[in-house]
Design a protein around this ligand. Structure first.
Ligand SMILES: Cc1cc2nc3c(=O)[nH]c(=O)nc-3n(C[C@H](O)[C@H](O)[C@H](O)COP(=O)(O)OP(=O)(O)OC[C@H]3O[C@@H](n4cnc5c(N)ncnc54)[C@H](O)[C@@H]3O)c2cc1C
Ligand SMILES: NC(=O)c1ccc[n+]([C@@H]2O[C@H](COP(=O)([O-])OP(=O)(O)OC[C@H]3O[C@@H](n4cnc5c(N)ncnc54)[C@H](OP(=O)(O)O)[C@@H]3O)[C@@H](O)[C@H]2O)c1
Ligand SMILES: Cc1cc2nc3c(=O)[nH]c(=O)nc-3n(C[C@H](O)[C@H](O)[C@H](O)COP(=O)(O)O)c2cc1C
Length: 597
């Protein structure tokens, strides 16, 4: 038997998910072999994470726990403020890295990467490493930062312990696969064959600047309020922005931050720590035959009741592969086993997208016998982010949000998004909710008060632009402001209509181009309006305008990007390649910013 763990080659006829699953299976088979005498037990292993909303950090801590249990000496650290010199001093590093912005590093991690990319940086041949990249396939640059880091370390001569795994949002299975492969190799103390990497390391994205021109770097002081220590903010305003005739509900919300010293800048987002619908929790408990007072233990919460855990801490409305696997195993459920086969990924995704925990309890009753088993299979409930739609100068002591309420019917059941229905149905004026600021240093107004800006924000994408417009007015900035807004219908979905029309009337908003998609037989979107105004758009670009895009990532952002490129091609007389280069340069000059979700 070969000493190295075999890998399914990249050109084998499997999808990336199937390949990851098979690699994990092979790795776990190999890792169940006894630990050889040469295994580096007691070995120091740096566990490094680049994380913004905490997923990579959580996995890093989980990994460290497991490494410790196996006798290694893990040293966990964030890459914010970390130096490549410290990395070069390690012999083993396991790196968990998420991607943000347009394929960029999470906030504060860019300085580490930039230093690593300096030409004179010494080689790292003594380092053995592996990267777990976290991302979301809805984004154009899937897992790009993790991939760049992996490529860079390999080019510096570091030796991979196990191949990089690129994970979509459902991290559990890919993480288990990667961990199994890493542990198996660590226990064997062998480097694997080098991962095939692209020949060239992608050019560095320039460091974003804050409005004051300060280079964004590791945060010097910890913010007072954080995900771990949120502010309990009081709801002081709540009104519907869409009319009653609309097919959707979008809300304007204001939270008071008075006396809290919580600060933010226009362009930032804020996180809400939500809780689940109590009616759904009651139904789940009833179907399980539990009363909710059963004691359970949660990693970072400690002992609590099952009711509290289901209400506040556990994600119960989405199904992950892990939950389906657990049900299949515990209940020996043949239909679930069938869907877990590597070639049935699409069927599993379809099944999961229409169901939550309660559906499994209905379809496969009696599978969960112990509260602890349920807690172990459910992921943690994560905060939801909202772009701030106020300006700290114009709306002092408040944070505003523009929230589309998620409601849909699937598998014959009415369902709601956890946080948006919490805000819509279960939060009333004067109620308090835990919130924290999620800075977005790459989404800032230009420092030049006279620079023109073009904002493209259909739907809730309008949120940061309402903040920008109020902020520019409060600052007395004279630069021209052009807004593209789109929604379904002008009569019922024109968000902030009066405010925008009044800004247009007094000249603060130079242009407002709207695209109401369902007001005519054929759909009209913001990108159609951009193309209709391509000459003027190009002229603004020539006059140093910055372009901002906010809203849906899966379709809108890609289509708008294509429209901007088309404007450059058409009006600048460039080839498609040159036009893409031009848009890339806009990004490098901090003149093309996207905040898409
Ligand atoms: C940086 C950032 C800024 C954001 N800003 C805003 C903002 O300003 N305003 C805003 O409203 N949102 C914003 N969001 C989105 C927001 O964070 C939440 O994702 C959104 O409110 C939904 O959360 P939820 O808890 O209500 O729904 P969840 O419980 O998270 O449920 C949403 C999930 O439901 C499923 N789903 C939804 N519709 C259907 C359907 N028709 N069929 C089947 N499944 C479906 C999908 O799996 C979807 O992912 C932002 C996100 C990010 C990352
Ligand atoms: N999972 C998805 O596929 C999906 C898609 C969109 C939004 N969302 C999420 O739903 C939530 C609410 O969305 P929202 O209220 O902000 O509005 P939205 O659903 O993004 O819709 C706003 C406007 O954008 C239009 N639109 C649809 N596709 C577009 C495209 N490719 N290019 C440009 N415009 C397009 C819509 O038209 P029509 O609706 O008439 O086509 C509508 O007029 C957000 O959280 C968003 O991320 C999810
Ligand atoms: C504003 C925003 C931008 C993102 N941009 C990307 C991206 O460009 N590419 C990608 O693969 N994932 C992207 N993601 C997805 C995150 O990388 C993913 O959710 C990851 O699990 C977050 O890990 P963290 O919680 O450790 O920060 C983005 C997420 C957000 C909220």
């Amino acid at each position: 038997m070969s000493k190295n763990i075999p890998f399914i080659p990249d050109n084998a006829p499997f999808s990336p998910e199937q390949r990851a699953w098979l690699n994990g299976l092979v790795a776990s088979l190999f890792s169940s072999a006894p630990v050889p005498a040469s295994s580096p037990v007691g070995q120091r292993i740096a566990v490094l994470y680049a994380s913004q909303s905490g997923t990579a950090e959580g996995l890093a801590r989980k990994l460290a726990k497991e490494l410790k249990a196996q006798g290694y000496a893990p040293a966990v650290s964030t890459l914010v403020g970390y130096t490549p010199a410290a990395l070069a001093a390690e012999t083993h590093a396991l790196i968990l890295a998420s991607t943000y912005g347009d394929g960029d590093a999470p906030d504060g991690v860019q300085p580490f990467y930039e230093q690593l990319c300096l030409e004179h940086f010494p080689r790292m041949e003594k380092l053995r490493y592996s990267v777990f990249a976290l991302g979301d396939k809805n984004y154009e640059h899937f897992c790009k930062f993790g991939a760049d880091l992996d490529t860079k370390l390999a080019s510096l001569g570091a030796n991979p312990i196990a191949r990089r795994v690129d994970s979509d949002v459902d991290v559990d299975q890919p993480f288990s696969n990667w961990k199994a492969a890493v542990l198996a190799q660590l226990n064997r103390n062998e480097p694997v064959a080098r991962t095939e990497h692209h020949a060239s390391v992608p050019a560095l994205a320039k460091t974003a600047e804050t409005r004051s021109g300060e280079v964004a770097g590791p945060q010097k002081t910890q913010p007072k309020f954080s995900r771990e220590n949120p502010l309990l903010a009081r709801l002081v305003d709540k009104r519907r922005l869409t009319q009653s005739a609309s097919t959707k509900v979008t809300l304007h919300l204001a939270f008071s931050t008075e006396d809290s010293h919580l600060t933010y800048e226009a362009g930032d987002a804020f996180g809400v720590l939500p809780n689940n619908d109590p009616n759904l929790v009651a139904e789940i408990l009833q179907r399980l035959g539990f009363n909710g007072n059963e004691q359970v233990a949660l990693g970072n919460v400690g002992a609590t009741t099952l009711h509290n855990a289901l209400l506040h801490n556990l994600q119960i409305t989405r199904l992950s592969r892990k939950i389906v696997q657990e049900f299949a195993k515990r209940g020996n459920c043949a239909p679930l086993h069938a869907m877990l086969a590597p070639d049935r990924q699409a069927a599993l995704e379809q099944y999961s997208s229409e169901r939550g925990l309660v559906d499994l309890l209905v379809e496969f009753p009696g599978v969960v016998e112990e509260p602890a088993d349920l807690v172990a299979m459910l992921p943690r409930l994560t905060p939801r982010l909202y772009s701030i739609s106020s300006s700290p100068l114009a709306h002092s002591g408040q944070i505003h949000a523009t929230v589309a309420v998620v409601r849909y019917v699937a598998n014959q059941r009415e369902r709601g998004g956890v946080c948006s229905t919490l805000l819509a149905d279960r939060t009333f004026l004067s109620d308090r909710l835990p919130i924290y600021i999620q800075p977005n240093k790459k989404f800032r107004l230009p420092a030049d008060p006279n620079a023109p800006i073009i904002m493209i924000g259909p739907g809730t994408g309008i949120a940061p632009f309402r903040g920008f417009l109020h902020e520019r007015r409060a600052l007395g900035h004279a630069g021209r402001n052009w807004l593209f807004f789109g929604e379904r219908s002008s009569s019922s979905d024109f968000l902030y209509r009066e405010e925008l029309e009044s800004m247009l009337a007094d000249g603060h908003l130079t242009r407002l181009d709207t695209a109401f998609s369902r007001d005519q037989p054929d759909k009209v979107y913001v990108q159609d309006r951009i193309l209709e105004q391509s000459r003027l758009f190009w002229q603004w670009l020539q006059e140093n305008a910055s372009v901002y895009v906010c809203g849906d990532a899966s379709r809108m952002a890609k289509d708008v990007h294509a429209a901007v490129r088309k404007v450059v091609e058409q009006e600048g007389g460039m080839s498609p390649e040159k036009a893409e280069e031009y848009v890339s340069q806009l990004k490098d000059q901090h003149r093309y910013h996207r905040d898409v979700y």
